[in-house]
Design a protein around this ligand. Structure first.
Ligand code: DC
Length: 224
């Protein structure tokens, strides 16, 4: 059952390692609450795809930053899902290829890109309350939110999940690059509830998050 709409929009930040179930669980939580779902990884992937399409070297931070200044994007929201279009096009399928997965951590390490993404992602609040998934939502994009979750699972389990999706990927290498970059690295936000879901179903993971959100909302109500 969707909750009654909060007076002020609220943000649920769901961060975590690759293939830790962020997307599935963020969508389930957003649906249960009637909030807008935002996949910030998809925005970084869109820039990586744009660079590949325009023969811009993803390993050249200056060229990537220049592309990010120039590209023509729009933030859209339909059916409780916020996303970015480039030149009026949403490359929904194209951003999931192995080439884009390989290029995206390099693009995501560029400080100017992260500044642009943070501003754009914060703008999503115009669509209402959000469930936003990524790597730095609780630490950097919406550090002021009280609703922070960090998902993780054993590497073998995460690799198995990716393989089941038909994707062969070195998750350990990508997590390492995401955690070791200087700008807004992947880390657990202060006050985040950490959920290791190696042995949990998505119903159990999203149920744990929803129960915690409802507790916090009730505590808020009691304090008001
Ligand atoms: O969640 P994903 O695999 O679609 O993310 C794609 C890449 O973008 C991944 O390498 C981490 C990076 N990313 C990030 O640095 N910050 C975010 N908020 C979201 C994703």
């Amino acid at each position: 059952m969707p909750q009654p709409k909060p007076k002020q929009p609220i943000v649920i930040a769901i961060d975590g390692t690759s293939a830790s179930g962020k997307s599935t669980n963020s969508k389930l939580v957003a649906k249960a609450l009637g909030f807008v779902h935002v996949d910030t990884g998809a925005m970084y992937r869109t820039l990586a795809w744009y660079c590949l399409e325009h023969k811009i070297d993803a390993h050249n931070p200056k060229a990537v930053a220049a592309a990010c200044r120039r590209w023509k994007t729009m933030l859209k929201c339909s059916e409780h899902h916020a996303y970015l279009t480039v030149d009026g096009y949403y490359p929904e399928k194209e951003i999931r290829t192995a080439e884009v997965s390989a290029a995206v951590p390099h693009v995501a390490a560029v400080p100017k890109v992260r500044d642009w993404m943070k501003k754009t992602q914060r703008d999503c609040i115009k669509f209402g309350s959000l469930v936003m998934e990524g790597r730095d939502i609780g630490t950097n994009v919406f550090p002021e939110t009280d609703f922070k979750y960090f998902l993780d699972a054993q590497l073998e389990e995460r690799s198995r999940r990716r393989e089941a999706e038909g994707v062969q990927e070195n998750l350990a290498a990508r997590d390492m690059r995401d955690s070791q970059r200087a700008a807004a690295p992947l880390m657990i936000a202060l006050g985040a509830k950490v959920i290791n879901n190696s042995h949990m179903t998505s119903e159990q993971t999203s149920g744990t998050i929803l129960a915690d959100i409802r507790n916090r909302l009730n505590e808020r109500k009691a304090r008001a």
